[in-house]
Write a protein that binds this ligand. Structure first.
Ligand code: NAD
Ligand code: DAU
Length: 352
C-alpha cells in the first residue's frame, strides 16, 4: 500500500485516479479531512474498489495516522494535504499554519516513528514524498531566470510562507534523522476536478454562467501552467527514482499572462459553446481589485527532473486547456456538487 494525504482534493484526487488506473500499482489509503476543497465525488468511480481505502481524518491527528501506518504498513507516503488557496490565506491564515505547518510536522513525526520500527529492507525502501509549490521561491521580474532548486526561498503570502515552512521541516527531518524524504516544487496546475475558486475553473464556470471574468490588477502577472496529469506523472517518477533528500522542480515550460489564459479560455468556449447572442465570452472580462502582495511572475526551470529522471510534460498548454474546458462542459454534475452554499459565500466575500 501507499498512503496518500489530501487525495480528495484537486491534485491528490487526480493522482489517486491515475495511480489506480494502472492495475499493477498497489492500493491506496487515502487520508483526507474533507475541508471545503475535498470532494468525494471526484473519487466516485472508485466506489467499491478494494484497492482504495478512504479515511476521513486530519494529517495532524497523530493517533489516527499512527494507527493507519501500523495497520496498513505502507511503503510510502505522498503528502498532498494542505490549505492551497492564496486568497483564502490572506483572509484567514490560521488554517494554513495549522495544516501546512503543524499538520506536516505531526505527519512527519508519526511517519518517522513508524519508519524507525521497520525492518532494514522496509526502512531502506520507505519514502516520504512532500508535494510543494514554486511559490516558496517568491516572485520574479520580467527578465529573471526561472526558479531552480537552489533559488532562495522568499515566500510572500501566508500560503507560500506556510508551504516554505513545511518544506524546511521535511528537509530537516532528512538531515537530522536520516528520514527518507523527497520534495517536489511544482508550478500552477490545471485540469479536471479543479475547485472553481482558482483562476482557470472560475473563469470557465463564470463564462458559461454569463458572469464577469475577474482579472486582478492589470492581468499581466505570469504563471507557468502544467496539466495536472503531468504533475501526477512527475510525482510517480520522483517517488520511484528520486534521490533521497533531493528536491525537484516540476513545471510545464508554459509561461502565460493571466490575461492570455483568460482570452484563450474565451476563444475555446466561443468555438465549443458559442454565446446565444453571437458575442465573444471575452466581453465578460472585468478588471477587479488586485490581490494584496500579488506575486508578479513564477517560472520553473524543470531541467533537473528531465536530466536526472527523464521526465517531461506530455501536454502543451494548447492541448491541456482544450481538454480542461471540454471536461467542465461535460461534467455539470461534479460542478453542481461543489457549487455549495459555502462556495457562494466565498465568492461574495472575495468579489464583493
Ligand atoms: P486542494 O485544496 O484542491 O486539496 C487539498 C486537499 O487536502 C483537500 O482534499 C482537503 O480536504 C485536504 N486537506 C486539507 N487539510 C487537511 C488536513 N489537515 N488533513 C487531511 N487532509 C486535508 O489542493 P491542490 O490544489 O490539490 O494541492 C495539493 C497539494 O499540491 C498542496 O500541498 C499544494 O500546496 C500543492 N500544489 C498545488 C498546486 C496547484 O496549482 N494547485 C501547485 C503546486 C503545488
Ligand atoms: O504556483 C503554484 C500555486 O498555484 C499553488 O501552490 C497554489 O496552491 C495554487 O492555488 C496556485 O496559486 P495562484 O495564486 O497562482 O493560483 P490562482 O488560480 O489563485 O491564481 C492564478 C493567477 O490568476 C494569479 O496571478 C491570481 C490571478 N487571479 C486569480 C483569481 C482567482 C485573477 O486574476 N482573478 C481571479 O479571480
Amino acid at each position: 500500500m501507499i498512503l496518500v494525504t489530501g487525495g480528495a482534493g484537486f491534485i491528490g484526487g487526480n493522482f489517486v485516479l491515475d495511480w489506480l488506473a494502472d492495475l499493477d500499482n498497489e492500493g491506496i489509503i487515502n487520508l483526507d479531512k474533507l475541508t471545503y476543497a475535498g470532494n468525494l465525488e471526484t473519487l466516485e468511480s472508485l466506489r467499491g474498489d478494494p484497492r482504495h481505502i478512504f479515511v476521513h481524518g486530519d494529517i495532524g491527528d497523530k493517533e489516527l495516522v499512527s494507527k493507519l501506518l501500523k495497520e496498513y504498513q505502507p511503503r510510502a507516503i505522498v503528502n498532498f494535504a494542505a490549505e492551497s488557496h492564496v486568497d483564502r490565506s490572506i483572509h484567514g491564515p490560521a488554517e494554513f499554519i495549522a495544516t501546512n505547518i503543524v499538520g506536516t510536522f505531526n505527519l512527519l513525526e508519526s511517519a518517522r516513528e513508524y519508519w524507525s520500527g521497520l525492518d532494514d529492507s522496509a526502512r531502506r525502501a520507505f519514502r516520504f514524498h512532500h508535494v510543494s509549490t514554486d511559490e516558496v521561491y517568491g516572485s520574479l521580474s520580467a527578465g529573471d531566470p526561472a526558479f531552480t532548486e537552489t533559488s532562495t526561498f522568499e515566500p510572500n503570502s501566508p500560503y507560500s510562507a506556510s508551504k516554505a515552512a513545511s518544506d524546511h521541516l521535511v528537509r530537516a527531518w532528512f538531515h537530522t534523522y536520516g528520514f527518507p524524504v523527497v520534495t517536489t516544487n511544482c508550478s500552477n496546475n490545471y485540469g479536471p476536478y479543479h475547485f472553481p475558486e482558482k483562476l482557470i475553473p472560475l473563469v470557465i464556470l463564470n463564462a458559461i454562467n454569463r458572469k464577469p471574468l475577474p482579472i486582478y490588477g492589470d492581468g499581466q502577472q505570469i504563471r507557468d501552467w502544467l496539466y495536472v496529469g503531468d504533475h501526477c506523472s512527475a510525482i510517480r517518477e520522483v517517488l520511484a527514482k528520486g534521490a533521497l533528500g533531493e528536491t525537484y522542480n516540476i513545471g510545464g515550460w508554459n509561461e502565460k499572462t493571466n490575461m492570455d489564459v483568460v482570452k484563450t479560455i474565451c476563444s475555446i468556449l466561443d468555438e465549443l459553446k458559442p454565446r446565444s447572442d453571437g458575442k465573444s465570452y471575452s466581453e465578460q472580462i472585468t478588471f477587479v481589485k488586485d490581490r494584496p502582495g500579488h506575486d508578479r511572475r513564477y517560472a520553473i526551470d524543470a531541467s533537473k527532473v528531465e536530466k536526472k529522471l527523464g521526465w517531461r510534460p506530455a501536454e502543451t498548454f494548447d492541448t491541456g486547456i482544450r481538454k480542461t474546458v471540454q471536461w467542465y462542459l461535460d461534467n455539470p454534475n461534479w460542478i453542481d456538487g461543489v457549487v455549495s452554499g459555502a462556495y457562494r459565500d466565498w465568492l461574495s466575500k472575495q468579489y464583493k
